[in-house]
Design a protein around this ligand. Structure first.
Ligand code: C2E
Ligand code: MG
Ligand code: MG
Ligand code: MG
Length: 288
């Protein structure tokens, strides 16, 4: 189910890990060091217009290859960084790198970033993000932020004003992992999202073709009814893609198009399709 899939992002960490204090301590120390040494790397997953098959942008996904612990999943380190009060700094570090990377992409390509509910509780969040965009000379229209549904009930009024000020500046806001959280349809209606993303737990139902697309169908019609475009995440094979394409007008992403890649791999991919901007053509060429 969606919950088993680790989508309960409001929970701090898994109960089994709660007992493992040593691992927990290692993680905490590792995280502080990782932040100081800038060990976090943005990876990028392609986002595709399913009708045309064209690349429309990338979602940035945090990666941490710890010298002590090896690769640690963001589903583990993000919640701990939230709890330790490090998420704001961590996100700033990653987003700065991502803005530099994305400045080398064709301007038609968007950058989507995931934002933690803890960051949304910071009244200065929108202002800080917009400042970062100015610093990197990055058009707000090319940025999309993804908010998970799971934590929306926290403070609807505040989330709402945050979304409004970001949208006023041209940033678009998506509701991520739709269907896995607790937000009511009323809340969905009252928050001005630009897009909803169907969680891959539901998209996975398309795999066996046993008429299992009912939830996906329902979410797509819900989105259409509300005038919201829809992205399907977790497209893993041609069969899933086919089922989604038949619904029309969707965007999608998933391992079918390849695993998330680092900045250099993305750059090579874009060079090959004429979508990379040569260094000398870039107005600014700031270091990360
Ligand atoms: P998400 O935003 O829903 O991201 C999608 C996750 O599904 C990513 O896992 C991605 O690698 C994975 N995925 C994509 N396509 C497929 C597929 O076809 N099959 C399967 N099985 N998986 C697929 P990842 O990178 O481990 O990230 C997990 C979650 O961690 C993200 O879920 C997001 O909520 C959070 N996260 C990642 N990076 C950041 C970040 O920089 N900041 C914050 N606040 N959260 C982040
Ligand atoms: Mg996301
Ligand atoms: Mg998602
Ligand atoms: Mg998801």
């Amino acid at each position: 189910s969606a919950k088993k899939d680790g989508k309960n992002r409001c929970l701090w960490f898994e109960p089994t890990m709660e007992n493992d204090l040593r691992f927990r301590n290692q993680l905490e120390q590792g995280l502080r060091r990782a932040l100081a040494e800038s060990q976090f790397e943005p990876f990028y997953e392609q986002q595709i217009d399913l009708d045309s098959g064209e690349l429309v942008g990338f979602e940035m996904l945090a990666r941490w290859d710890s010298p002590e612990l090896g690769l640690v999943s963001p589903e583990i380190f993000i919640p701990i960084a939230e709890e330790m009060g490090l998420i704001v700094e961590l996100s700033e570090q990653l987003v700065s790198k991502a803005l530099v990377d994305a400045s080398g992409w064709d301007p038609s390509l968007t950058l989507a970033i995931n934002i933690s509910p803890v960051q949304l509780r910071d009244p200065w969040f929108a202002q800080k993000l917009l400042k970062l965009l100015v610093k990197h000379n990055f058009p707000p229209q090319r940025l999309e932020i993804e908010i998970t549904e799971t934590c929306l009930h926290d403070n609807v009024a505040m989330v709402r004003s945050m979304i409004v000020s970001l949208r006023n500046q041209g940033v678009r806001v998506s509701l991520d992992d739709f269907g896995t959280g607790f937000s009511s349809l009323e809340q969905l209606r009252s928050l001005p999202f630009d897009r909803i993303k169907i969680d891959r737990a539901f998209v996975g139902e398309l795999r066996d073709n046993e008429g299992g697309s009912r939830i996906v169908d329902a979410i797509v019609s819900l989105g259409r009814g509300m005038g919201l475009p829809v992205t399907a995440e977790g497209i893993e094979d041609a069969q899933m893609l086919d089922a989604l394409r038949k619904m029309g007008k969707l965007k999608g992403q998933g391992y079918h198009y390849g695993k998330p890649e680092n900045a250099e791999q993305v750059h090579q991919r874009l060079l090959a399709s004429g979508l990379a901007i040569a260094a000398e053509e870039r107005s600014e060429f700031p270091a990360r």
